[in-house]
Design a protein around this ligand. Structure first.
Ligand code: CA
Length: 223
């Protein structure tokens, strides 16, 4: 689970990051609204934690633009403003929950866990066609047959399955699985899709990872 923190108070951003990492989440910080929007749009995050008062572009504008791009990533807004009007404005902009500063770390973790659960972060498996991906064991299952996936294969497969029948861009897969800072290139995605195709075939899966020219990949279950 990967979380983006958009907060211009660096000590607060860093302490939230440390808190989340201690709980086993991956977390990244950016310190202004425009960077927040750019990172959020990469589609690689399971949750956005967004401050309202930000330099560049405020948190509400970031939330609005993220939502306008049809990105369904849950948004937790953090703010020193705690009036009802402010909360309503934040929720109208597309935030899923509003937490007033100062907050208790347990309160923050409870919100994060609730939003991720709602997002389906706690499900045991993702299934399509005759095939399931077991999240606990990183295994693909088709009837009686199973095949173990490597960590990266698992992340790529999970990303494709989360998109259901939608298209996943190579760029989004790269950001999600390898992260912004790595030296990985789109070719890595192609290589891992190749591995996954072989493993799907090896268990008799009816799932096909179709390449959609210039756009990315889409999973299709053959009849
Ligand atoms: Ca701020």
């Amino acid at each position: 689970m990967k979380i983006l923190i958009v907060e211009d108070e660096k000590p607060l951003a860093e302490s939230v990051k440390a808190l989340l990492e201690k709980q086993g989440f991956e977390a990244e910080c950016v310190y202004d609204g425009l960077s927040g929007l750019e990172y959020a749009r990469s589609g690689g995050y399971d949750l956005l934690i967004l401050d309202v008062m930000l330099p560049g572009l405020d948190g509400r504008a970031v939330a609005e633009r993220v939502r306008a791009g049809r990105c369904g990533t849950p948004i937790l807004m953090l703010t020193a403003l705690s009036g009802v009007d402010d909360r309503v404005a934040g929720l109208d902009a597309g935030a899923d929950y509003y937490l007033a500063k100062p907050f208790d770390s347990r309160e923050l973790l409870a919100c994060v866990n609730a939003l991720l659960r709602r997002q389906g972060g706690q499900v045991d498996e993702l299934a399509l066609g005759n095939t399931a991906l077991e999240l606990g064991s990183c295994t693909l299952v088709c009837g009686e047959k199973t095949v173990q996936l490597s960590a990266k294969e698992f992340e790529v497969m999970r990303f494709l399955l989360s998109a259901k029948n939608g298209i996943s861009s190579k760029e989004a897969i790269l950001a999600k699985v390898w992260g912004h800072d790595s030296n990985a290139v789109e070719n890595h995605v192609e290589v891992y899709v190749g591995f996954l195709r072989k493993k799907l075939a090896s268990i008799g899966s009816n799932l096909r990872i179709e390449a959609v020219r210039r756009l990315g990949y889409r999973l299709e279950a053959e009849e």
